[in-house]
Design a protein around this ligand. Structure first.
Ligand SMILES: C[S@@+](CC[C@H](N)C(=O)[O-])C[C@H]1O[C@@H](n2cnc3c(N)ncnc32)[C@H](O)[C@@H]1O
Length: 191
């Protein structure tokens, strides 16, 4: 299965949705293929990106409070579902994959992973400056490559600028139009 087919499979059959457009998800998979295992993500929702990575055969670690789209129990504005752990578990079972899930708000970074290093880290939790910075601070010394989703959001873009100033290099970027006049951007940074 190629990256586009894997995306179509997950996007078409997941309960809830994958919150990453196809272009970004293809780039994420290319990055995982290049940088290898393990993969860690902050921000999992219904499991879309974690399942993509797990289907590629890499070890997956994920951090998400699993308590609603906006971390307050709110419903997902796109489909009116409340993302909860039970949906993630059904999705993992459906696709026949396993991940290591840390069900809490980041930070703190899980103690069990404090000495781990990762091939790829996806930063896709809350997109305000403070949250994205905390996620970057935790992953920057542990990952060979960082994928920032939603770099069109100012807070995330500011963190990316900080990463550049700390020696990270833009490796690739992709933009996708998700609705008329609404584009999202994903950037991959390497050391
Ligand atoms: C954009 S969604 C993730 C989408 C997922 N990566 C995908 O593409 O399908 C954002 C997720 O970040 C989670 N989140 C919000 N604040 C967080 C935090 N402090 N630590 C970890 N996850 C957080 C939310 O619960 C939500 O599930």
């Amino acid at each position: 299965m190629n990256n586009a087919e894997r995306y179509d499979l997950v996007a078409g059959e997941i309960e809830g949705r994958i919150a990453m457009p196809k272009e970004s998800a293809i780039l994420l998979q290319e990055t995982i293929r290049e940088y290898g295992s393990p993969y860690i993500e902050i921000g999992t929702l219904y499991g879309g990106t974690a399942i993509l990575a797990a289907l590629m055969g890499v070890r997956v670690y994920a951090i998400d409070p699993m308590d609603g789209y906006n971390t307050t129990g709110n419903r997902d504005p796109i489909n009116n579902l409340t993302p909860v752990r039970a949906i993630l578990e059904r999705n993992l079972d459906y696709f026949g994959v396993q991940i290591s899930m840390f069900e809490h708000r980041h930070p703190p970074f899980p103690k069990a992973l404090k000495d781990f290093s990762f091939g790829v880290g996806l930063i896709d939790g809350r997109h305000d400056l403070e949250s994205a910075l905390a996620d970057y601070d935790a992953l920057k010394g542990r990952c060979d490559c960082l994928v920032f989703d939603n770099t069109e959001v100012r807070g995330v873009a500011e963190v990316v600028e900080q990463a550049y100033s700390e020696g990270w290099i833009l490796k690739s970027t992709v933009t996708a139009e998700i609705r008329p006049k609404q584009t999202v951007e994903t950037r991959v940074l390497s050391k």
